[in-house]
Write a protein that binds this ligand. Structure first.
Ligand SMILES: O=c1ccn([C@@H]2O[C@H](COP(=O)(O)OP(=O)(O)O[C@H]3O[C@H](CO)[C@@H](O)[C@H](O)[C@H]3O)[C@@H](O)[C@H]2O)c(=O)[nH]1
Length: 458
């Protein structure tokens, strides 16, 4: 597909949600579409703003979010998303009216708005200005479908479950998920505001299409289920990062020194540990993790971002004896260049929270995973990794002993070797899907044709 195939560069306006796991795939999508001949405009909140100087091919439209002074910690995320949706609509509409009304502002007509499913204000503006909108889903279809089933179970009063012991039971409608793999806890009443948010988040409203950072091979069944409810074109063009490899998207500074440390380690010897950008744990769990990692006796690289521990600097809270062991055979940093870390030959396993970006990045490098899901889609991803795709191991619990044993099993046992072989096979499958003739490659071709055919502004 040649860039020159799109005769006049049409503009596409992207509206990312301002969290690392959401900004990254949206910017990657921007890069992919730019390489296919579209001009890219990023309408973003001032909070967690991407760095425009890293992405000179895009134009940036900063939106006043009035989040200054607002608690943006994990516990207040629902509120943060609601503030963004309330405050960003007016400035976004103003920008869009200029772009649509005075084409010379950006020099190109606008084909459509692509928005993260959390940024619902963007769709409201698109409708008002009669512009087509496309929704981006940064998670799997399996996760979205599990939510629909959760809503059914709630409507039929089958959850909350009467007893914890039933959490192990399988749910026939979403086999192989068990009640404990559902993205919301199945034994407690879910507060109504959370359910209201999820209802609107799950909906695609009046969007013309859905773009998925997933692949047909991985998510085929759930994509088919969802297609019955949402009869609009689906474009599964993941993994985005393999099609936009060089793009810098990190909100935190990457500590590249860990790559030189990895250079000194034996192939497949290092267990990489990270719980992504949002998850928080308490001090007890942090210490259990540290002890489990230390007792595994494997070399390790651990990304301990400051906000991992709610309220205090996580690295400073690590036990002294652990820091001593770190000097002998490990490295602790706040934030790594993760894609490079996972691609490094020394890394032989990934203890992860199973955020979807981390999951894809690991699978693309053939690195097997130990699954320590913290919330939401991570639980569904963990079940798929261990039971369906079989490239990961389930942790019995997040305790010291369980972590120690899982690391030993993955890194130095026959069982671990078998998982590694499957992970390498998966890596090859993914490569096939993004190369000519593969499902994601074809889907991207269809997406470009679809956007090109949209009326938008002329
Ligand atoms: O030291 C680190 C740690 C992480 N990352 C990157 O940060 C991103 C993290 O994304 P993800 O693994 O998806 O986790 P979260 O940041 O937790 O992402 C949120 O968004 C995802 C996509 O919607 C969901 O799957 C998660 O559950 C949700 O928590 C990845 O691209 C990593 O490469 C780094 O670059 N360096």
């Amino acid at each position: 597909m040649e860039t020159s195939g799109v005769e006049k560069r049409r503009g596409v306006v992207l509206v990312p949600c301002p969290f690392q796991g959401h900004i990254t795939p949206m910017l990657q999508l921007g890069w992919i579409l730019h390489s296919k001949g579209f001009s890219i405009h990023i309408a973003h909140t001032k909070f967690n703003s991407p760095n425009p100087s890293n992405l000179p091919h895009f134009t940036f439209l900063p939106l006043s979010d009035y989040l200054d002074g607002c608690d943006t910690s994990f516990h207040n995320l629902l509120n943060v998303m609601s503030v963004i949706n309330t405050n960003c609509e007016a400035p976004f509409q103003e920008y869009m009216m200029k772009m649509v009304g005075e084409e010379e502002v950006c020099g190109q007509p606008v084909a459509c708005i692509i928005y993260d499913s959390i940024m619902q204000f963007a769709e409201a503006v698109a409708n008002r200005l009669k512009l087509p909108s496309i929704v981006l889903r940064t998670t799997t279809a399996a996760y979205m479908h599990s939510h629909n089933v959760m809503f059914q179970l709630l409507a039929e009063n089958l959850v909350p479950l009467p007893a914890e012991s039933q959490l192990e039971a399988a749910i026939p409608q979403v086999y192989p998920l068990r009640f404990k793999d559902l993205p919301l806890p199945a034994t407690i009443e879910i507060p109504q505001p959370v359910l209201d948010f999820l209802h609107s988040y799950m909906d695609i409203r009046s969007s013309s299409a859905v773009i998925w950072n997933t692949m047909d091979q991985l998510d085929h069944w759930a994509l088919q289920q969802l297609q019955q409810d949402w009869p609009v074109p689906f474009f599964s063009i993941g993994p985005f990062h393999k099609m936009a490899p060089a793009i810098p998207t990190s909100l935190l500074e990457e500590e590249s020194g860990c790559l030189s440390w990895l250079d000194k380690q034996a192939p497949n010897s290092v267990i990489y540990v990270s719980l992504g950008s949002l998850a928080i744990i308490d001090e007890k769990k942090l210490i259990e993790m540290a002890r489990g990692i230390a007792k595994s006796e494997q070399p390790f690289l651990w990304a301990v971002r400051p906000s991992l521990l709610n309220g205090s600097d996580a690295i400073k809270s690590l036990p002294e004896d652990f820091m001593k062991i770190t000097q002998e055979r490990g490295m602790v940093v706040q934030w790594t260049p993760q894609k490079k870390v996972l691609a490094h030959p020394a890394v032989g396993g990934f203890l992860t929270h199973c955020g979807w970006n981390s999951t894809l990045e690991s699978m693309c490098e053939g690195v097997p995973l130990i699954c320590m899901p913290c919330f939401s889609d991570q639980l569904v991803n963990a079940r798929y990794l261990t039971y369906v795709w079989r490239v990961g191991m389930e942790l019995e619990n997040a305790g010291e002993r369980s972590i120690q044993e899982a690391i030993r099993t993955l890194m130095v046992s026959e069982e671990g070797d078998a998982i590694r072989q499957r992970a390498l096979h998966m890596k090859r499958e993914i490569e096939r899907s993004i190369n000519e003739g593969g499902s994601s490659y074809d889907s991207l071709y269809r997406l470009v044709e679809f956007i090109t055919s949209l009326p938008g502004t002329k």
